[in-house]
Design a protein around this ligand. Structure first.
Ligand code: ZN
Ligand code: FE
Length: 239
C-alpha cells in the first residue's frame, strides 16, 4: 500500500522543470503533477503503461500547466487545482482548498496553501507516504521568487513546511540546486552537512539524475531560507 513516484525532467537546459508521475499501488489510480511539457511526459507514461486519471497542479504558471489540456484530451484526465485559481489553471475540473484531503486511490494528499510565489500556490502533502510536492515554493537550497506575494507570505509558507516531519521527502518543481549552491555554502560556513549535500548533488547531476528528493530534515539545516527563524532574519538573506 503505497505511492510510487516517477520524476520527469522537462524544459531541460532552459527552465529545468520537474513533473512527476504518481501511481497509487493499491488501485493503480495515477496522476501527473505539474505537467510542464507534453512530449517527455507522454513518453514516460507510455513506457510505464500508465494512463493518468488526474492532473494535479501546484500553481497556474505556464511551465507547470502547459501540458494540462493535451494530457486531459489524450487520457481524459481531470485537472485538479486550488479552487481559488479556477480561472487561471488551464482545463480546471476539480477544486481543492487549504486543509482538505484529496484521494488518489488509497493514497491521500493534504492540501496546504502557501500563497507567496503566486496567490493560490498549494503544496500536495502525501502524509502517510512522506512525500511533499513543493512546486515553486521550496527548491533545493533556495525558494521561489515572489510574483504575487510578500516576504511575509513566503516566510509564513516556509514555517508551514518547517512544521512537517524531518523524514518527509520533498519534490521541487525545478532543478535549481547548483544555482543556489554557492550562496548556501557561504551562508553555512564550516557545515559538514552542506558539504555532504553538495557532494551528493554533484554526483547525482553528473549521473544525469535529479538531486532530489531530499528529506526536510536535511533541507532545514542547509537551505538558508528555511534556516531563518524570524521574519527579520529571512528578509536579511541575500542582502
Ligand atoms: Zn511558478
Ligand atoms: Fe516554475
Amino acid at each position: 500500500m503505497s505511492l510510487k513516484i516517477y520524476t520527469v525532467p522537462c524544459r531541460i537546459g532552459y527552465m529545468d522543470n520537474y513533473s512527476y508521475i504518481l501511481v497509487d499501488d493499491d488501485t493503480l489510480i495515477s496522476a501527473v503533477i505539474d505537467p510542464s511539457e507534453t512530449q517527455p511526459i507522454v513518453d514516460e507514461l507510455s513506457k510505464l503503461k500508465i494512463k493518468p486519471q488526474y492532473i494535479l497542479n501546484t500553481h497556474h504558471h505556464f511551465d507547470h500547466t502547459d501540458a494540462n489540456l493535451e494530457l486531459k484530451e489524450h487520457y481524459g484526465a481531470k485537472v485538479v487545482g486550488n479552487q481559488a485559481d479556477y480561472k487561471r489553471i488551464p482545463g480546471f475540473d476539480i477544486g481543492v482548498n487549504d486543509g482538505e484531503t484529496f484521494s488518489l486511490g488509497k493514497s491521500k494528499a493534504e492540501i496546504i496553501d502557501v500563497s507567496a510565489h503566486t496567490k493560490g500556490h498549494i503544496l500536495w502533502y502525501f502524509k502517510k507516504d512522506k512525500a511533499l510536492f513543493t512546486g515553486d515554493t521550496l527548491f533545493n537550497l533556495c525558494v521561489g521568487g515572489l510574483f504575487e506575494g510578500t516576504e511575509q507570505d513566503m516566510f509564513l509558507a516556509l514555517q508551514k513546511i518547517k512544521s512537517l516531519p524531518d523524514d518527509v521527502l520533498f519534490y521541487p518543481g525545478h532543478e535549481y540546486t547548483m544555482h543556489a549552491a554557492f550562496f548556501a555554502k557561504q551562508y553555512n560556513q564550516n557545515s559538514q552537512e552542506i558539504t555532504q549535500y553538495l557532494k551528493n548533488a554533484e554526483q547525482r547531476l553528473r549521473q544525469g539524475l535529479p538531486v532530489g528528493p531530499v528529506t526536510l530534515g536535511i533541507e532545514k539545516n542547509c537551505n538558508p531560507y528555511l534556516e531563518a527563524d524570524t521574519i527579520e532574519d529571512f528578509c536579511r538573506i541575500g542582502e
